[in-house]
Design a protein around this ligand. Structure first.
Ligand code: ADP
Ligand code: ADP
Length: 225
């Protein structure tokens, strides 16, 4: 089964008002385990809206959202929050790491929130940081890390609770090309190792071309790029 399925998703902001904007008009996609899928579209096309709906942060006007084979259409807030925390990881253009905690602690915290024992959380955080080449930065706070290191830590945090689905919104958008390349390489390796399904929104066509599959958001629908 698909790790994430969106079927016929529709979303309009300010419905019925003069500033009404119909963003999604029947968007459909399915993500397979172990694959990185690019979602390419110009700014304003609705990528963030689609990612928020896929990550159960927002509700569509119509259509179906399935995560790990579970139909989330009509699920209540508690259930949506529970599934989001367990099955979905988010990465943004800016890392949003907690500034007062070390890299290691930032990757431990989501695990502790889920009730994992401290020693286990720490071991897993160390493993994740090592897998993306920032083990030696574990004790540093985010401000002491480079942009690329911060973003690699942000990926580790997103994957801390072993989600089924990773959703990333321009995750390398503020990095120089060489750094972006290194962060992207680390991500690909993590996806291969964990069998995760990743959807990466980006304007960067070169980066998109290196992903397993390329989708485009066009007039509110998802098409093969
Ligand atoms: P992208 O991520 O591709 O830039 P967004 O999903 O952020 O696109 O936005 C798509 C369109 O929806 C834009 O025209 C944006 O202005 C509009 N939009 C996004 N969020 C809201 C909102 N909360 N209220 C009203 N309009 C919104
Ligand atoms: P917590 O309450 O444990 O911080 P949530 O269940 O609220 O976590 O959110 C889970 C994930 O969704 C986090 O990665 C968080 O960054 C993201 N998130 C929560 N609310 C929003 C929002 N309004 N916009 C974007 N991302 C959000």
């Amino acid at each position: 089964e698909a790790a994430l399925e969106l079927e016929g998703i529709e979303k309009t902001y300010n419905a019925g008002r003069e500033n009404e904007v119909q963003v999604l008009r029947g968007a459909t996609l399915a993500l397979e385990r172990g694959q990185v899928t690019a979602l390419v579209a110009p700014s304003g096309a609705g990528k963030s809206t689609l990612l928020h709906i896929a990550g159960l942060l927002d509700v569509p006007d119509a259509g179906r959202v399935g995560i790990g084979g579970r139909d989330m259409t009509g699920a209540g807030d508690r259930e949506r929050t529970r599934v989001r925390r367990r099955d979905v990881g988010f990465v943004y253009q800016f890392h949003h790491l907690l500034p007062e905690f070390s890299a290691l602690e930032n990757v431990m915290l989501p695990q502790l929130a889920e009730g994992r024992p401290k020693a286990e959380a720490e071991a897993r955080a160390q493993d994740l940081l090592a897998s993306v080449g920032v083990a030696d930065r574990a004790e540093h706070r985010p401000a002491a890390l480079s942009g690329g290191e911060q973003q690699r830590v942000a990926f580790c945090r997103a994957l801390a609770n072993a989600p089924r689905v990773l959703l990333a919104d321009e995750p390398t958008g503020n990095l120089d090309p060489a750094t972006s390349d290194r962060v992207f390489g680390a991500l690909m390796q993590l996806v291969r190792e964990t069998g995760l399904a990743a959807l990466i929104a980006t304007h960067n066509l070169e980066l998109a071309a290196r992903m397993d599959r390329q989708l485009r958001l066009d007039e509110g629908r998802v098409i093969a790029a």
